[in-house]
Design a protein around this ligand. Structure first.
Ligand SMILES: C[S@@+](CC[C@H](N)C(=O)[O-])C[C@H]1O[C@@H](n2cnc3c(N)ncnc32)[C@H](O)[C@@H]1O
Length: 356
């Protein structure tokens, strides 16, 4: 299911390009961290003057936030080369940036919007980042922001009425029964491990990977009484079911293929994988919650992210009503927009591929 949807394409008023300042806000906070890590941890001594330098962004969407990240990363790497010995440094060194996302992503918008003055050659890399996408030992720097909370699929047990993990009446694992939570958590561990495994094959020994992972500071347990966006969407869907606008069966068979990890869990998955040294792991208060403050902007951000997913399941008829109701709900209860109601954090992780 996750593979069949994408962020809303194009550059119109409902597009992800126009409605991603929530995700973009983290860049201001993370820029100095990435610059410092590249300066101190990137090992360029193995590169000969003629080697090109390969960077990839996994889950780039239509690009605007990705271009900013790629600018910061390439600039920091160029600075590192410039301060290195003249044998390693070369004015003619070529940089390649591979922009990855699902095949359904609007790559046309991405390529049309590429900054004309950029210090790299750009290439699209379509396909799921849970699989191998690049040649072995070819990649020098991997990056991913706001993408690793997407699962490869909704855990099967969650939609199976015969399973103890059937998630009837709920749309994700927040406030759900322990079995549901466990099914999501296992799927997440499996998916992150596949991601790490694929990148471990692609990265050169000593290559770096910077991840910005949306998360929660603690594990959500079944006693959680939800006030997150997905809880509001679930309650609006239930109201729509009562009015006969959508069937309850449709809601019962719908679950978001997303999961917010917490720091200990992510660390354990990386350590179990074993292919990387954790060079830095830092919890950042999600800056997005301070960047998007109006009801209209907030509803538009989530519509740009979820519209395609929800249209695929419920049909396009309900989507206007769903997000309009969400906007009105936020307008009627402005407290819901207070930054402290958004309990998400961002985990910044810098990994170094172990030497083989
Ligand atoms: C919220 S957007 C973030 C886009 C961009 N990184 C940013 O910070 O604005 C998440 C992106 O991850 C992509 N994505 C999710 N799962 C993926 C997968 N398995 N393989 C490739 N891309 C994936 C989605 O299609 C979407 O474009």
């Amino acid at each position: 299911m996750a593979q069949l949807h994408a962020m809303t394409g194009g550059e119109g008023p409902l597009s992800y390009a126009q409605n991603s300042s929530y995700q973009r806000a983290v860049m201001d906070v993370v820029k100095p961290i990435i610059e410092e890590e590249i300066t101190t941890k990137l090992d360029i001594s193995q590169l000969s003057p003629n080697d090109s330098f390969w960077i990839a962004d996994f889950g780039c969407s239509t690009g605007l936030n990705s271009f900013l990240a790629m600018h910061i990363i390439t600039e920091a790497i160029q600075n590192k080369f410039q301060s290195a010995s003249s044998i390693i440094n070369s004015q003619s060194r070529e940089f390649y940036v591979f922009f990855n996302d699902h095949v359904k992503n609007d790559f046309n918008t991405l390529f049309r919007s590429l900054p004309p003055e950029r210090p790299y050659q750009a290439a699209g890399l379509p396909g799921s980042f849970h699989k191998r996408l690049l040649p072995k030992a070819s990649l020098h720097f991997a990056y991913s922001s706001w993408a690793l909370h997407w699962l490869s699929q909704v855990p099967k047990a969650v939609t199976d009425p015969t399973s103890p993990a059937w998630n009837k009446g709920n749309v994700y694992c927040g406030g759900a029964r322990q079995e549901v939570y466990d099914a999501y958590s296992s799927q997440y561990a499996e998916d992150i491990d596949s991601f790490l495994e694929a990148r471990a094959q692609e990265l050169v020994s000593g290559g770096l990977m910077a991840l910005l992972v949306p998360a929660l500071s603690i594990k959500l347990d079944p006693s959680y009484k939800g006030e997150m966006v997905l809880d509001h969407i679930a309650s609006i869907l239930m109201d729509m079911a009562e009015k006969g606008r959508v069937s309850e069966e449709k809601i019962d068979s719908f679950n978001f293929p997303t999961y917010y990890t917490f720091p200990e869990e992510l660390k354990a998955i990386i350590e179990r994988n074993g292919s990387y040294n954790i060079e830095r792991m830092e919890v950042l208060d999600n800056p997005g919650k301070y960047a998007v403050t109006s009801a209209h902007a907030h509803a538009s951000v989530y519509r740009a992210v979820f519209e395609d997913l929800m249209t695929n399941h419920f049909g396009c008829e309900i989507v206007d009503e769903l997000f309009e109701t969400y906007r009105l709900k936020l307008e009627a209860s402005p407290d819901l927009l207070l930054p402290e109601k958004d309990i998400s954090i961002i985990i910044f992780v810098l990994l170094k591929r172990k030497l083989e």
